[in-house]
Design a protein around this ligand. Structure first.
Ligand code: AMP
Length: 185
């Protein structure tokens, strides 16, 4: 099962991806986590993307797409994957689709976790991540609205998008996600 999780920063994508991994054994591929690790380790990629993350801006499409496509080649992705934080723009969406098509694969479902802006700000302010100050969170929410919503619409027009209410306990939200997945998964 090949899944994409959409949701603004603080919507609970990471937690639900973890739940999906526990239930289905499909790896959680979070571009934000991979980029933060690269920065921590001081790799060439890390040095290149650091200014973007610090400013709360999206990193260049090509860099992020390359790292995701590379990750998807790994053995553990053969039975499926959960993408968290990618694709975030229309070019990223196109690159992903083309790469999957070449392998005879496709996205099975795109799950959007929807939470009000008020709750998002509360949640992100509470988790203490380096790029979680008010200014960058707001900047990321603006990018989310402008760019990511376009990708979301693209998936909606193909009938792949399900919108899940992200308010409630993690168990409640997970039950909603499970109910939205293809029957034979
Ligand atoms: P996240 O943890 O998903 O909120 O991502 C943290 C930061 O990593 C974002 O604010 C961007 O700077 C960068 N990032 C993560 N995923 C992407 C992506 N798909 N495209 C561009 N930048 C990304």
């Amino acid at each position: 099962m090949n899944l994409i999780l959409f949701g603004a920063p603080g919507a609970g994508k990471g937690t639900q991806a973890e739940n999906l991994w526990k239930r289905f054994g499909i790896p959680h591929i979070a571009t934000g986590d991979i980029l933060r690790k690269a920065i921590e380790e001081g790799t060439a990629l890390g040095k290149e993307v650091a200014p973007y993350l610090e400013a709360g801006k999206l990193a260049p499409d090509v860099l992020v797409s390359d790292l995701v496509l590379d990750r998807l080649k790994a053995e553990d992705c053969r039975g499926g994957f959960v993408l968290d934080g990618y694709p975030r723009t229309l070019p990223q969406m196109d690159v992903l689709e083309e790469a999957l098509r070449e392998k005879g694969k496709k996205i099975d479902k795109v799950i959007s976790l929807d939470v009000s802006q008020e709750v998002l700000l509360q949640r992100t302010m509470g988790r203490g991540r380096a790029d979680d100050n008010l200014e960058t969170v707001k900047r990321r929410l603006i990018d989310y609205k402008n760019l990511t919503e376009q990708a979301k619409k693209g998936y909606a027009s193909r009938g792949l998008l399900v919108v899940i209410d992200g308010l409630g306990t993690t168990e409640e939200v997970f039950e909603r996600i499970l109910a939205s997945l293809p029957q034979n998964s």
